[in-house]
Ligand binder design. Structure first.
Ligand SMILES: Nc1ncnc2c1ncn2[C@@H]1O[C@H](COP(=O)(O)OP(=O)(O)OP(=O)(O)O)[C@@H](O)[C@H]1O
Ligand SMILES: [Mg+2]
Length: 244
């Protein structure tokens, strides 16, 4: 039955911080194999929605389903074992670790001592980090750290990977490389992706379907073309941050 369900589904997801409603009855479905973008102006509730979807915070109302199972109250590492992984907006590299060890931390979620090494090797190669596997994370630049964070998440063997602003702060060339990698993960590794992003170029270039949040509510959903022409979306961004 698992295969007939959306991979991820949120029903009436609501998160309050005191009197502030950060996510307001959000409904969302992601099907297997999709590459979906979640966008919205600063403070729209994107990260909060991610946190509730991945179990970092509990919603005040609503439910989250993963592969048809109600995971609303399941802890993040349990969801991870089921195949849901994420990256963080503020990179939290294990700064004192080598690249290889940082990725190994992810691999241990799913692998025992015997198979962890081959998983780490595979992911390092996929993310083009093989040559710097023995470097210490603290010595590396932002673009590489973002790749390491992605590699760490990939080492947990996700079916669904949620990326929070993974392209932020990257220059044009770095961003193009990162987009190419996401495409490959989706097409060759069959990883379903839900991508939160401010960098419009990244969303428009990578995602086939886009969901727009504003003040915690879904205000539009469609292809990149439909979204960029949607008056409600343009209005939501106007006066906030000109990224369209
Ligand atoms: N831990 C918290 N405590 C109180 N308020 C919070 C907390 N986290 C987020 N908020 C508030 O909730 C709202 C949604 O914030 P959130 O970080 O989810 O937005 P976002 O869409 O990810 O924004 P950005 O694009 O800036 O990353 C904002 O008004 C924010 O100030
Ligand atoms: Mg955010």
């Amino acid at each position: 039955m698992e295969n007939h369900q959306p991979l991820l589904k949120a029903v009436d997801l609501t998160v309050d911080f005191g009197s502030l409603r950060a996510v307001n009855h959000m409904n969302l479905e992601v099907q297997r194999g999709e590459l979906v973008g979640l966008i919205g102006p600063n403070g729209a509730g994107k990260t909060t929605a991610f946190n509730a979807l991945t179990g970092l915070i509990m919603p005040n109302e609503g439910k989250v389903f993963f592969k048809g199972h109600d995971v609303t109250h399941m802890l993040p590492h349990k969801r991870c074992q089921m195949g849901m992984s994420r990256t963080f907006q503020v990179i939290r590299p294990f700064v004192h670790l080598t690249v290889e060890d940082a990725v190994r931390v992810g691999a241990y979620n799913r692998h025992g001592e015997r198979t962890v090494k081959s998983k780490v090797d595979q992911v390092l190669e996929m993310c083009e980090l093989g040559e710097m596997r023995n470097r210490v994370c603290a010595d590396l630049g932002l673009a590489t750290l973002r790749r390491i964070e992605l590699a760490r998440a990939l080492a947990t063997e996700p079916e669904l990977l949620l990326l929070d602003e993974a392209g932020a702060g990257l220059n044009e060339t770095e961003l193009a490389g990162f987009m190419k990698l996401l495409h490959r993960l989706n097409e060759e590794e069959h990883i379903t992706l839900l991508v939160v992003e401010h960098v419009m170029k990244m969303v428009m270039g990578v995602c086939r379907r886009i969901i727009v949040l504003d003040s915690g509510e879904v205000i539009a959903e469609g292809t990149p073309e439909q979204i960029s022409a949607n008056p409600r979306v343009i209005e939501a961004y106007l006066g906030k941050r000109a990224v369209l």
